[in-house]
Design a protein around this ligand. Sequence first.
Ligand code: AMP
Ligand code: ZN
Ligand code: FE
Ligand code: FE
Length: 273
Amino acid sequence: MRIDLHVHSTFSDGMLTPTDLIETAVRKEIAAISLTDHDSLGGVSEALEAGRAKGVEVLSGVELSCEYRGRDLHVLGYGADPQHVGFQDMLTQFRETRHKRGLKIIEKLNALGIAIEPAEVLARAGGGALGRPHIAAVLVDRGVVSKVGEAFDKYIAEGGPAYVPKYKMSAADAIRYIHEAGGLAFTAHPGIFMENMQEMLDLVAEGFDGIEVFHPNHSASRTRDLEALAKEKGLLISGGSDFHGFPGRDNMGVGDVPYALYEKIKAALDGRA
Ligand code: AMP
Ligand code: ZN
Ligand code: FE
Ligand code: FE
């Protein structure tokens, strides 16, 4: 049995609803998923309900945009209570900063002579946590660029003429918030951010419960090193596809992450409750 503990829905920048994701999981024979939207737990209840109806186990999840030593770091929270008021408030504020930043990106595009409107972008986000992929999709629809990747390369990637950084919390704060809401904190795809294993050791010492070892952007050797580190330090291991439902990337379940990892995470959550 395989699992996928990293998927995105329309509650952030994914293309599919939580219900669609569950249907995809059924089709791909994935036993358990975690919905890990950026800065939102909004889709978790729908995923849980659809999962119960279709026989797919669902773990509450969220992916927080953080900073560590001045660089980007994503943090996954598994098993946080979606109703926890302090966590909800923090996420609402987080999404508010995303919203303001999205408007700034649109202003910069407008100043470059690209006449897109905030309303179009917000419609595209459909109430979900606003992200650059939504802006990129509007640029494609309008024929400004031919592909999402081109929108990033030409305008909105870091260093691009319409780039605006987003607010990021410290990794330590993210861990604290996740723990307060009853969840477990994992470093998301650290192989992308961390320069070497010494830095990884420093990072996990911040108080992480686990490492996302299996991710499509991790090389085979990085995956082995991360797995060895997790075992040595007694940390939990997770893995997933980072599926967004983007056209041409039908990769949910990639990596065939084993079900036993999910059982260990659940046991750790049970032990904490
Ligand atoms: P944001 O959270 O608004 O900064 O947007 C980040 C998201 O944009 C990432 O999660 C990716 O899904 C997507 N993204 C980042 N860089 C690129 C790129 N060069 N091409 C396509 N998508 C990208
Ligand atoms: Zn995303
Ligand atoms: Fe990420
Ligand atoms: Fe992600």
